[in-house]
Design a protein around this ligand. Structure first.
Ligand SMILES: Nc1ncnc2c1ncn2[C@@H]1O[C@H](COP(=O)(O)OP(=O)(O)OP(=O)(O)O)[C@@H](O)[C@H]1O
Ligand SMILES: [Mg+2]
Length: 246
């Protein structure tokens, strides 16, 4: 179980100030979404939580401990280039288990169980190039899940999918989360996706990014995208992102 906390975090790359005084915390088991304009530092913040990047000032912590390196308990899932094209789905999922020196028999059992969970049992021996976009995405989620991390960091996982597949994948992710108690931190450009899935939404300002608003979404799941409260939250976020036309 991990509590994630960013305390007065700023980040610059040379002269470019990317994040400015970011503060937020994520409780263990929470589903959090981050929305904000392109280039405001969302991926940078997520990479810091993954231990791949350090803040210029401030603290990025897991369980009150400074994060200074990657940890198998916090797995980052990218949209692109996540899978090894020369490995089958099964072999991709197996990769982390090999690195962790898990015995062959246990590897097989865990791969089997995870592929059932994401609905890819029949595609175990397929190569990434032989899968649909949604399947590839599920395979990379399987590859992360098989390591049983406490925290899943998802950087726009469904950005490249068509609208119908995306809606399906959102339900899959919701069910996965409901059944796993894992902490999820999801970056998305899709405002409805954030409201549909998250307990808590952080809205960021343009670069240098800071947390402009924090919205608690206290609606039962599965959520009605046309419900009054849903629409109200959508309008609030659109306003904050300056996306309203009038
Ligand atoms: N390693 C790096 N070196 C230099 N600049 C970087 C580096 N990583 C990110 N940046 C810069 O930091 C800024 C924020 O990038 P980041 O990827 O965090 O944005 P983002 O909010 O995820 O945007 P998007 O929504 O487009 O993915 C960008 O201007 C980018 O050029
Ligand atoms: Mg990004």
């Amino acid at each position: 179980m991990q509590t994630i906390k960013l305390e007065n975090v700023s980040k610059s790359f040379g002269d470019l100030k990317v994040l400015s005084n970011v503060n937020f915390s994520v409780e263990s088991g929470e589903f959090v979404a981050i929305v904000g304009p392109s280039g405001c530092g969302k991926s940078t913040a997520l990479r810091m939580i993954a231990g791949l990047e350090k803040p210029t000032t401030g603290k990025v912590m897991a369980n009150e401990q400074i994060i200074d390196q990657p940890d198998p308990e916090r797995t980052l899932i990218f949209q692109e280039h996540a899978l090894f094209p020369w490995r089958t789905v099964g072999e991709n999922v197996e990769f982390g288990l090999e690195l962790a020196n898990v015995a062959k028999e246990e590897r097989e059992a865990r791969i089997q169980a995870i592929l059932i969970k994401v609905g890819l049992t029949d595609f175990k021996d397929y190569y990434p190039g032989q899968l649909s976009g949604g399947m590839r995405q599920r395979a990379s989620i399987a590859r992360a899940l098989v390591m049983d991390p406490d925290v899943l960091l998802l950087d726009e996982p469904y950005g490249a999918l068509d609208a119908i597949t995306k809606l399906k994948m959102q339900n899959e992710l919701m069910n996965l989360w409901l059944g796993s108690q894992k902490t999820m931190i999801l970056i998305t450009h899709d405002i409805d996706e954030a409201i549909y899935l998250a307990d808590k939404i952080f809205v960021m300002s343009p670069r240098p990014g800071y947390i402009k608003d924090m919205i608690i979404v206290d609606l039962p799941r599965p959520r009605n995208r046309n419900g009054t409260e849903f629409i109200k939250i959508r309008e609030r976020i659109m306003n904050e992102l300056d996306l309203t036309t009038n």
